[in-house]
Design a protein around this ligand. Structure first.
Ligand SMILES: Cc1ncc(COP(=O)(O)O)c(C=O)c1O
Length: 479
């Protein structure tokens, strides 16, 4: 489903501001000029400008109109990653699990997890949907659920996927208990122990955990911090190595926040089809992308059934629902069997609540609110990083979502920084967690979507100070 006109205009303007085409301090077009240039009504132009104001990209000056907000000094972005060219068995240490556990601890100021805070969501809307589902479908509570999920929920998900550019059949959708379960089922359906799976580099820590548990080998592919997985590098890897599956997050990858351009998505769909390899596409963050064309999934370009699309609503609707979904293309039947054996069906009443939430009026507005809130948060965090992190640091500029990847000067050991932060009850995620090889030791991932209060900006500054202190006392590290 297309975004409303005002949001399409706001997204384009936001893009121009972020790219520097509209410079900070520059006057924005007036309501009348914007309405005329976009051929929309003045009220639509006002809505677009208000959205940009909410996202703190522009500010109103009394009797003068809107101006591009003074953005803090910008840091450069990291460069395309250059992982090793061979695959590796995944052998994670305990660091990642410790980071994840501490990130959730109540007394910790957490940037360690990629988890949204409850205040980002319309909690009342979720509670009402849940109560309605229990009231209306209470008979389901005492019936054993079987099969791929409630038809209402599968239909609602198929409808939701139209917003990602995908025409899915509800009959082919399987409901799972999370996106991670969906991904794990896909991997089990197309690989066997010892097989090679290609991934972005850096990649999501949870993917490495799944690969390790399934005894799969990781082959990391060069990834650009803004444009994502390099299709050229993947092509070369497919020609030279027996890759069985590609596992990627084309929209707002974790931890880089990269979004593949539409033309690259099309190329990726064609490439995996020509090599008869599965693409396991994680679309968990697609609804958070600022630009509509970046929300379109690779699955939208799949005419051969080689894309297995996986999602959930943990980052956009209600993390506590614990429901995900998958449409496994040509591997649908084997995936359904694997699911049945592995965990059977989910709680039917929860699925009915999800169907309600997805189809009720207000779903689009709630999402727009989440996007605006996190855009402002990310801007604030990037500004604080630019001001307080050591000279030579680089940071990503994601087009949505709430994850930042910071590359510190090469001699800085982010595990030492993590420990120094922890001593002050601050949690960050060291870069090492995001690769199967010992790389990214001088990088950190900062999640800024969690609970947010005045202590968070202070803590971000403090991380910068601690990094600077460590740097002054550290010897050069190997890359
Ligand atoms: C890329 C990616 N996929 C999947 C997940 C987990 O999703 P779920 O909670 O639905 O399992 C995360 C969580 O951080 C993630 O970043």
């Amino acid at each position: 489903m297309d975004d409303p006109l005002y949001l399409q205009i706001a997204a384009r303007l936001a893009q121009s501001i972020r790219a520097g085409t509209l410079k900070r301090g520059e006057r924005m077009p007036s309501v009348r000029a914007l309405a005329a240039s976009e051929a929309v009504s003045p009220s639509t132009a006002v809505l677009a400008l208000r959205w940009l104001e909410d996202a703190r990209l522009i500010e109103a000056r009394p009797r003068s109109g809107y101006f591009v907000a003074a953005r803090p000094p910008q840091l450069p972005e990291p460069e395309t990653s250059r992982p090793e060219r061979r695959s590796r068995a995944v052998a994670l240490d305990r660091l990642g699990q410790q980071v994840m556990r501490l990130s959730m601890a109540p007394d910790i100021i957490s940037f360690g997890a990629a988890c949204p805070g409850p205040e980002l969501f319309d909690q009342e809307r979720v509670r009402r949907a849940m109560s309605r589902a229990v009231q209306k479908h209470r008979d389901l509570l005492c019936i054993y659920p079987t099969g791929p999920g409630m038809e209402e929920a599968r239909r609602a998900i198929a409808r939701h996927a139209l917003g990602l550019g995908c025409a899915l059949h509800a009959d082919e959708v399987v409901i799972t208990n999370s996106c991670m379960e969906a991904i794990s089922l896909c991997l089990k359906s197309v690989t066997k122990p010892g097989d090679i799976v290609a991934l972005e580099s850096p990649t999501y820590y949870g993917f490495l955990e799944i690969l390790q548990s399934l005894h799969l080998r990781a082959l990391e592919i060069p990834t650009h911090p803004r444009h994502g997985l390099s299709v050229d590098a993947l092509q070369l890897a497919l020609q030279t190595q027996p890759i069985k599956a590609v596992l990627a997050v084309p929209t707002l990858s974790n931890p880089l926040g990269a979004c593949m351009p539409p033309a690259e998505r099309r190329r990726l769909a064609q490439l995996i089809a020509s090599h008869d390899v599965a693409l396991i596409e994680d679309v968990l963050y697609n609804d958070l992308a600022e630009q509509e064309d970046r929300r379109r999934a690779v699955k939208a370009f799949d005419s051969t059934g080689h894309v297995m699309i996986c999602g959930s609503f943990s980052k956009t609707l209600a993390p506590g629902l614990r429901l995900g979904w998958v449409e496994a293309g040509r591997w649908g039947q084997v995936l359904r069997q694997t699911k049945e054996v592995q965990s059977g069906a989910q709680t039917a009443v929860l699925e009915m609540a999800l169907a309600d939430l997805l189809t009720q009026a207000g779903a689009g507005a709630a999402l727009r609110q989440v996007r605006a809130t996190i855009a402002a948060r990310v801007d604030e965090a990037r500004g604080l990083i630019a001001e307080s992190f050591p000279k030579g640091s680089k940071v990503t500029d994601p087009a949505g979502g709430y994850i930042l990847w910071v590359e510190l000067p090469p001699q800085l050991d982010s595990v030492a920084l993590y420990e120094a932060c922890l001593a002050e009850n601050i949690c960050i995620a060291p870069g090492l967690m995001f690769s199967a090889s010992p790389r990214f030791r001088h990088c950190v991932r900062l999640g800024v979507g969690g609970r947010w209060g005045p202590q968070h900006p202070r803590a971000l500054r403090r991380i910068g100070e601690l990094a600077t202190q460590l740097l002054l006392s550290s010897a050069p590290l190997a890359a």
